[in-house]
Design a protein around this ligand. Structure first.
Ligand SMILES: C[S@@+](CC[C@H](N)C(=O)[O-])C[C@H]1O[C@@H](n2cnc3c(N)ncnc32)[C@H](O)[C@@H]1O
Ligand code: SF4
Length: 458
């Protein structure tokens, strides 16, 4: 796939990222704990029937100034302990509404920096989960880690607890870039960490990078990715730096140092796609690159790729997602439910009421159908109206009506060779994957281009 600057500029419009459908800005505060309990009970009979668990650890020893995640700076052990206890109690309360014959096929720990808390806390939660749920032998058990705080003995313990996937936040290999963004570099060479993870049976090992940070240039980012390719992780993610200083105040610090120009940022994107594909990585969506034998590459080829708030996964591993901890999001067939973001409020709410729901969203049947359409385009680059119609006992014509399908909306994409329209099938071409979001927007009746609340597509 080669992507030209011209296309990137042409299709670089504001739009949802479709991490969920409808996007999180639709969530509202009228969604109550009683609604949540209804949805938990309904989720027992929904498809996919397996259980995914998300655990959010908000703590980080140091705040990286670019960070857009839900984090708080390191807390005393007693506070972390109270947080872990609240989470255990939340897990017990939520699970009392669930059919526990269902298997857990995915456990994802995100943050914050889950590996910055003591391993005994992680073990405590994992033991609690194992004491309640039935975990599938093939379950994916993953953690997002910062290599600044990761010891080899931690890896031993995580492997022993059943973890088999890890994502390491690298961001950049250059020390001056890391210093400029107030981030600690890896404690040990990343190559040694990745090799050690492999000996411990970890698969799908991922390295995260960000382009668009201060002091980066197209040349320096190429060098960083060259080092990443030499390490040969299964997955490489290159995030475009999302600069939202009105939400994340610390990001203002980066403006003082100076950010790369939009042209440089675009060049980093174009170069990185070419560089990673040349090195044998397969591009999945906008920013994910995977080795051909990785589960995600295989799922992508078999059109079985799926996405939830935790990232890409396969249809085999994903289930209804039950989120635990501050800011975590439950994702069910019929609704989304998000916990309080502020962690002391989260603890208080769980201690007092057993739950900590702040907002959520119930999907109408039409929205459930459109979500299937959007997911099919975003994850697998294909939309077969007949197939979606079959899922909902409708006709292809019904789906077209619901999505406001009109061939004229796709003329540009077809002329630019980004997709083909063959009968009742939309098929995205290799070089069109970067613009899957734009194609999904053309099928999303709720998308309103006037409402400029979203980040740019690229
Ligand atoms: C929860 S962190 C990963 C684990 C750990 N906290 C770390 O930083 O190594 C998730 C990822 O989000 C990405 N990220 C954070 N802030 C971002 C931003 N403003 N724009 C783009 N990506 C961002 C980083 O690549 C980071 O690795
Ligand atoms: S990027 Fe990771 S380590 Fe840095 S503040 Fe955000 S969550 Fe914490």
């Amino acid at each position: 796939m080669s992507v030209s600057n011209e296309f990137l500029n042409k299709y670089n419009v504001s739009g949802p990222r479709y991490t969920s459908y409808p996007p999180a800005n639709f969530f509202n505060n009228t969604f109550s704990v009683a609604d949540y309990i209804d949805e938990l009970e309904a989720s027992n009979g929904q498809v996919p029937k397996d259980i995914s668990i998300y655990i959010h650890i908000p703590f980080c020893p140091l705040r990286c100034h670019f960070c857009g995640c839900s984090t708080v700076i390191a807390q005393k052990k007693s506070v972390v302990c109270r947080y872990i206890d609240a989470m255990k109690s939340e897990i017990s309360n939520v699970s009392s509404h669930l059919d526990l014959q269902r298997r857990v096929t995915q456990i994802h720990w995100g943050g914050g920096t889950p590996n910055s808390i003591e391993m005994s806390f992680i073990r405590d939660i994992m033991d609690h989960i194992r004491g309640i749920f039935t975990i599938s032998e093939k379950a994916e058990i993953a953690m997002e880690c910062s290599p600044a705080y990761l010891e080899f003995s931690d890896i031993d313990q995580l492997a022993e607890m059943g973890f088999n996937r890890m994502s390491l936040g690298i961001q950049d290999f250059r020390e001056d870039v890391l210093k400029a963004v107030n981030r600690m570099g890896p404690k040990y060479p990343v190559k040694d960490i990745v090799n050690y993870l492999r000996t411990k049976g970890f698969r799908g090992i991922n390295l995260d990078f960000i382009y668009g940070l201060p002091l980066q240039s197209p040349e320096s980012f190429t060098e960083t990715l060259k080092q990443a390719i030499e390490i040969r992780p299964d997955r490489i993610v290159t995030f475009s730096y999302a600069h939202v200083p009105w939400v994340k105040k610390a990001q203002k610090q980066l403006e003082k140092i100076g950010l790369p120009t939009p042209e440089d940022k675009m060049e980093m994107l174009v170069n990185s796609i070419a560089q990673l594909e040349e090195a044998g990585y397969i591009s999945i969506g906008i920013d994910h690159f995977v080795l051909p034998d990785d589960d995600l590459a295989i799922a992508f080829q078999q059109k079985k790729l799926h996405r939830n708030f935790q990232g890409y996964c396969t249809l085999e591993t994903t289930g209804q997602v039950y989120g635990f901890g501050a800011s975590s999001i439950g994702q069910f067939f019929g609704a989304y439910a998000q916990n309080l973001k502020d962690f002391p409020k989260y603890i208080e709410a769980v201690e007092q009421t057993g739950y900590a729901i702040e907002r959520g969203y119930k999907l109408s049947r039409d929205e459930q159908i459109i979500r299937s359409v959007v997911n099919s385009i975003m994850c697998n680059g294909i939309l077969e109206f007949e197939e979606i119609a079959g899922q909902f006992q409708l006709t292809p014509q019904d789906i077209k009506k619901l999505t406001g399908f009109n061939p004229s909306k796709f003329e540009d994409f077809i002329l630019d060779d980004l997709m083909v329209l063959e009968g009742d099938t939309i098929r995205i071409r290799d070089k069109g994957f970067m613009f899957a979001r734009n194609i999904a927007m053309a099928l999303d009746p709720a998308y309103n281009q006037e409402e400029n609340i979203y980040s740019k597509t690229v």
